[in-house]
Design a protein around this ligand. Structure first.
Ligand SMILES: [Fe+2]
Length: 427
């Protein structure tokens, strides 16, 4: 009798494991992106095998453990071939052309309850033979206090898995520092070649993508293939961001609110020309003016300053507009050197009651870091802190926000706080 039950149990287990593996095979790259207002809206992004007849999200509050009040969201989908036949590398380091045609899917969840943790899964296939993804989570905003992890430049590359390991290792440190963190912000170059879909697919398996909303900006690496074909289609189709950007940048540039903070997300790759810069700046001006917020945070990939010398980079192109609009915090990355100012207004440091704090994140892959001479040759009066570990750099940041202030800290791979800046509320 016992033996019979054991055989039945093994059979049931085998069926369950097969169904889960089957689901992972057919549905992948699941990630939560912000909706325009994260108090009540979240966007769910995933990819589905082209043979699947349907896939959709069911979601409920985390408290509803038996999914009794689960709701189904409408799916938007289209065939995506932008990653197909792209020259790439396998995890074993072999050259190959990726076979990556899939249904790009997304759902825009609306009317969510603020300050609430939600769970969701993707259901796929016909009802009689449906399979389920693992359970994913996110938290809607609305709390007076909230916090986020910030990470950049880990250049995920399947032949060198230690890059992603290093980045997720420092994410663990941020999480240990603040187990209640609400979401994750990335500042670009999460993939070595954004055109290699296998890199995104691998990235999205990580637990932090399972458990948190991720908002990010397009980095130059995310925007390219191994053969330097450049397009923002990779970033657009690897995510499902709000469609509130400007022409050519829908789903790439976007803005969202988390609590009382407005985040404006830019794409540097389309502002290399003066026309491109004008279009971006016109959009930022409109967005900030139309969406009054307690805090305004603008994010882009390219560095404000070159960490090696202190020479101005994007700071020179944006500071006037940020002065005009009262931007509180300007975040970037790319240089692989952490650089931070105090609040600056009209090129000068203020007492913090006016102006913008400029911060660029360090790299986090333990491999593509940059070393710097001890002293700066330019902007010595405004650059307050620089940090790098040279070629092997791993760092991340943590942002906590209250009604009174935003506090940003930078920590190294051991979780030691290297730098901290406080930005008082000005509105
Ligand atoms: Fe980078």
């Amino acid at each position: 009798m016992k033996c019979k039950r054991l055989i039945i149990n093994i059979l049931v287990l085998t069926v369950c494991v097969t169904a889960t593996l089957h689901a992972q095979d057919k549905i992948y790259s699941i990630v939560t992106c912000p909706g325009e207002n994260t108090e009540t809206q979240m966007n769910i992004s995933w990819a589905a095998d082209t043979a699947l007849t349907e896939s959709y999200v069911i979601y409920t509050t985390a408290k509803d453990k038996k999914w009794k009040r689960a709701q189904r969201a409408a799916t938007e989908q289209y065939m995506c071939a932008v990653f197909d036949s792209v020259y790439s590398k396998t995890p074993e380091g072999k050259n190959y052309y990726e076979d990556a045609k899939f249904l790009k899917c997304g759902a825009r969840l609306k009317s969510l309850r603020p300050k609430t943790e939600y769970i969701y899964k993707i259901i796929s296939g016909p009802t009689e033979n449906a399979t389920e993804s693992t359970v994913h989570r996110f938290k809607t905003s609305g709390e007076k206090q909230w916090s986020a992890a910030i990470i950049a430049d880990f250049h995920a590359y399947t032949p060198l898995p230690k890059r992603l390991e290093a980045a997720m290792g420092v994410m663990n440190k941020v999480h240990n520092y603040d187990p209640k963190m609400d979401w994750v912000l990335h500042l670009g170059d999460v993939c070595a070649w954004g055109g290699s879909y296998s890199f995104w697919k691998r990235l999205y398996v990580e637990q932090y993508f399972n458990d948190y909303m991720w908002a990010g900006v397009n980095g130059n690496h995310d925007n390219m293939t191994r053969k330097y074909l450049l397009t923002n289609e990779f970033f657009r189709n690897a995510n499902f961001y709000p469609l509130n950007g400007y022409e050519g940048e829908l789903g790439v540039c976007y803005f969202f609110r988390y609590g009382k903070a407005l985040f404006v997300m830019l794409n540097n790759e389309d502002m290399r020309s003066e026309d491109g810069l004008d279009a971006a700046q016109e959009w930022v001006r409109k967005v900030v003016q139309a969406n009054p917020a307690k805090y305004v945070v603008v994010c882009e990939h390219y560095q404000w300053f070159f960490g090696e010398t202190g020479k101005s980079s994007q700071y020179g192109r944006w500071s006037e507009l940020f002065d005009d609009l009262g931007v509180d915090l300007a975040l970037s990355a790319n240089n692989h050197v952490y650089v931070r100012t105090n609040a600056l207004y009209q090129g000068k440091e203020t007492d913090g009651t006016k102006g913008t704090v400029y911060v660029q994140a360090p790299s986090s892959d333990n491999e593509r870091g940059v070393s710097c001479p001890d002293s700066l040759s330019q902007n010595t009066d405004i650059i307050k802190k620089r940090w790098t570990e040279g070629g092997q750099t791993v760092g991340a940041m943590h942002l906590s926000v209250t009604e009174k202030r935003m506090t940003l800290i930078m920590m190294n791979r051991n979780g030691e706080v290297i730098d901290e800046v406080s930005i008082p509320a000005k509105r």
